[in-house]
Design a protein around this ligand. Structure first.
Ligand code: OOB
Length: 549
């Protein structure tokens, strides 16, 4: 046995890899392989339901055949093992077909979110030297074709743009599939399977290299904890490319168990409740602001939600008061999940008492997840005190993809990932998230790296300095506030112009500052650095209208 091959990123040392195999965590499975096995075991069971614009359902046999034909088509167009392909598709059946096709040929999907725009997509394509980019023609009123044309023009590696819908000057995805021929390449379980995006704390997002073996272990563990089996009908509410709806237990967990994945085009109750009723959905996952909206809409709904058995809530801190209201409002069980695309995922358990479920963020998936809670000097804090969460384990990466300098800060020398979260542990080992030490804003589960937005605003000639912070918000948990210091004698700027500047740079809309304030100076820390904590506490707790999903 060799250790995983991840030449572009640090990987698990041999003794850890051997331990994880010996423990039965890494079983030598691949994504392409398990789909083939499920299709052989129950070809006629429904794998995927895509309700929009017209209801489509694919059985396991159909999904498997489609993935194989798409894989053959990609290979025929020169997409090779190890090549990167940026996939930016909404919650449609094609998303699942495309990623399984890429898994089959050993090419790596790079999971972009539908909200990403020119800045992010341009970066993913150039940094990963992507050979292909897969898009819808239009989505949520946005023209993805012209964005793709712009990015293709300036990215020499990008040879193909595949489009779901009318392709314009690009290639229709529907023209790609062809009959599989010859002996296809078989990815190895320890190979990289895909690149996931980090929430990010730096000017550019980091890429997270996940292997077949490590990710499939997290699926198996999640399925066991959540009780996912062949009867599970999992509703994908959040963008399918995000780690939470993908693997906690998510659509990949549901497919691994031979269940059914129901794709939801939009997570608002008006769209999702009728789907829950019609498709007899049993399980779903959502971020806290959405859970609030569902909790408010549940009691008065005319739709039958009685099939719903379990709702997972995570991605950001879920307030205890809100957590207490969910079960009675929706008539189902609640599970809290505290996870990260880098690996570690914690769940409350089905047999936890109610208090534990509403007041903690759960236990790690694996007995081999190592947890340390430390002070600023990396010393363990006394049991029950809060501190920085460090972790290492069978499905937590040992380094980001092509980021050696950042890795030396984000990981300890002995391979623990510095999560940037402040937690404490209860006597039962359950983690409670108390806060965050990393410079990141968690806007209702959507992560914003202040530095990325600060760099854009700093580009304006009237701006002397800027600091972007998160301020408390009743619905989102946090919203973004940009403090701006103008240059002396510079043209005055309006808040709206600052927001427009960020939008026009072509970044995801959720990164545009919610608020802009002009100040003369930032609060300083003892050593003369801008005090983000000072800025956050300067801002009054906010109140917004409920978010529109
Ligand atoms: C999930 O993944 P990411 O990579 O978007 O974000 C990870 C970060 C964590 O480090 C933590 O800061 C925050 O999101 N977070 C939570 C939380 N769940 C995630 N903070 C407080 N309470 C929670 N329950 O967000 C993610 C990945 C897999 C499953 C669930 C969430």
């Amino acid at each position: 046995m060799t250790t995983p091959r991840t030449p572009d990123a640090p990987t698990w040392p041999r003794e850890f890899a051997e331990r994880y195999r010996a423990a039965g965590h890494w079983r030598g499975e691949t994504f392409g392989g398990f789909l083939r096995e499920r299709a052989a075991a129950h070809p006629d069971r429904v794998a995927v339901v895509d309700p929009a614009p017209e209801r489509r359902e694919w059985t396991y046999r159909e999904l498997d055949e489609r993935a194989s034909r798409m894989a053959a088509g990609f290979a025929a167009r020169g997409i090779s093992p190890g090549d990167r392909v940026v996939v930016q598709l909404p919650n449609t059946a094609e998303f699942i077909e495309v990623v399984f096709a890429l898994f089959r040929i050993g090419a790596l999907p790079v999971y972009a979110l539908p909200a990403h725009r020119e800045t992010e997509i341009g970066y993913f394509c150039s940094f990963t030297e992507a050979v292909a980019y897969v898009i819808p023609d239009r989505h949520a009123g946005f023209d993805h074709l012209s964005l793709a044309s712009k990015v293709k023009e300036r990215t020499p590696s990008l040879r193909h743009v595949f489009v779901v819908g009318s392709p314009g000057e690009h290639t229709a995805l529907s023209e790609v599939p062809c009959a599989p021929s010859g002996v296809a390449y078989e990815p190895q379980p320890h190979d990289l399977a895909f690149l996931q995006l980090s929430g990010g704390t730096t000017g550019v997002p980091k890429l997270i290299p996940r292997t077949h073996d490590d990710y499939i272990y997290s699926l198996r563990g999640s399925n066991e904890i959540c009780g996912v089996d062949g009867d599970t009908r999992f509703l994908v509410l959040l963008p399918a490319a995000h780690n939470f709806p993908m693997s906690s237990p998510g659509w990949l967990g549901a497919l691994y168990a031979g269940g059914t994945v129901v794709l939801c085009p939009s997570p608002d109750p008006a769209t999702a409740f009728p789907l829950v009723e019609r498709e007899r959905v049993t399980m779903t996952g959502m971020v806290p602001p959405l859970a609030l909206v569902w909790t408010e809409a549940g009691p008065g709904t005319e739709h039958d939600l009685s099939s719903l058995d379990l709702v997972l809530v995570g991605g950001a801190k879920y307030s205890e008061a809100a957590a207490r209201r969910l079960e009675p409002a929706l008539g189902c069980r609640l599970m809290q999940v505290f996870g990260m695309a880098e690996g570690l995922v914690n769940y409350t358990r089905l047999d936890d008492d109610h208090e534990t479920v509403v007041t903690t963020q759960g236990l790690p998936i694996s007995g081999d997840d190592e947890i340390r809670v430390v002070d600023d000097a990396d010393e363990d804090v006394p049991e029950g005190d809060f501190g920085h969460l460090l972790t290492r384990g069978p499905y937590t990466i040992r380094g980001y993809w092509r980021a050696p300098e950042h890795n030396s800060k984000a990981f300890t020398e002995d391979g623990f990932y510095r999560t940037g979260d402040i937690v404490r542990r209860t006597p039962t080992g359950h983690l409670v998230v108390e806060g965050r030490a990393k410079d990141q804003i968690n806007r209702g589960g959507e992560k914003v790296a202040p530095e990325e937005i600060e760099n854009i605003i700093l580009g304006h000639p009237s701006v002397h300095d800027v600091s972007v912070v998160g301020v408390a918000d009743e619905y989102l948990g946090e919203r973004t506030l940009a403090y701006v210091i103008l240059r002396e004698g510079a043209e005055p700027l309006k808040a709206l112009a600052v927001k427009r500047l960020v939008r026009e740079r072509g970044v995801a809309a959720y990164k545009i500052p919610d608020l802009v304030e002009f100040v003369d100076a930032f609060p300083q820390t003892g050593i003369g650095k801008v005090s983000k904590k000072g800025l956050r506490s300067d801002a009054a707790p906010g109140r917004t209208v409920p978010p529109q999903f």
